[in-house]
Design a binder for this molecule. Sequence first.
Ligand SMILES: NC(=O)c1ccc[n+]([C@@H]2O[C@H](COP(=O)([O-])OP(=O)(O)OC[C@H]3O[C@@H](n4cnc5c(N)ncnc54)[C@H](OP(=O)(O)O)[C@@H]3O)[C@@H](O)[C@H]2O)c1
Length: 286
Amino acid sequence: MKIAVTSASGHLGSEIVKALLKATKKEQVIAIARTPEKAKHLGVEVRNGDYNNREDFNTALKGIDIVLLVSGMDDPQKRIQQHRNVIEAAKQNGVQKIVYTSIIGAEENNAFSPVVQSNRQTEEDIRNSGLQWVIGRNGIYIEPDLEYIDTYIKEDGIRNSADQGKCNYTSREELGYAYSKMLLEEKHNGNIYNLVGEAISQKELATYINQVYNTNLIYNSVSVETYKADRIAELGEFLGTIIAGIYEGIKNGANDVPSDYEKAAGRVHKSALKLIETYYLNHVKN
Ligand SMILES: NC(=O)c1ccc[n+]([C@@H]2O[C@H](COP(=O)([O-])OP(=O)(O)OC[C@H]3O[C@@H](n4cnc5c(N)ncnc54)[C@H](OP(=O)(O)O)[C@@H]3O)[C@@H](O)[C@H]2O)c1
């Protein structure tokens, strides 16, 4: 059995490959990447695959039984066709099963909704593909917050528009583990799982970070409009709007959903504090 992981050069794709390597033989795992040299360090066969190029995937999916499709990064409307390029090539090449990394979030009413909608369209395309399928709806990664700590320290706190809203953070490592099970175990076929950890407020997030990093961060809530203007000024229109939309969604409860992680992974999700401790041990302490 051969399993291919797309966007394997990225953080999530590489965590999925690493988790698969702990559970199965190296010869069974193929990394597909738009920039193949960036996936070489994974130590598995690497094939070329740009979501914009259907032909890439006709070649990359030859002899593959199961494909893990990591959601793309492009404009939401463009992603739908990019994902279809992979789904169609999978069908053409006799791939038996497709596992897709989708997203938690509100389908309407905030600036992140177009991204969520495009993910839902790909979910539908996959459910209609005729292949076996499993869909994971990923929670928000905690890592970007932890990579941002120096800025939080400089600004004396975490500042966004989530207010009292709770967010069930996950990590790419936790997701990698769950996806390896969803790829290898047939019992997951036909399921949509919320791959999330415990739901915490931004105030709790600050408290846990302080505990692990020995910082004194406080949480400052700002209005949705203020935060959107702030993010667009720092990150540009496209990314700034998306990030602001994510926090607007958190404020309105879109990221406080029941977790299916244990069903998918066969073990409980790490607590939020444990996620932060793990990141600290792996990226900061040494
Ligand atoms: N849950 C969350 O909090 C969250 C946050 C951000 C994003 N996401 C979603 O989760 C996905 C994976 O996240 P990540 O952390 O792995 O992101 P990442 O580390 O930034 O990696 C993005 C990956 O997408 C690849 N890529 C971009 N355009 C492509 C194309 N046209 N064809 C094929 N591959 C392409 C990149 O390839 P190159 O190496 O060639 O650039 C890279 O491997 C993202 O793409 C996004 O849809 C989720």
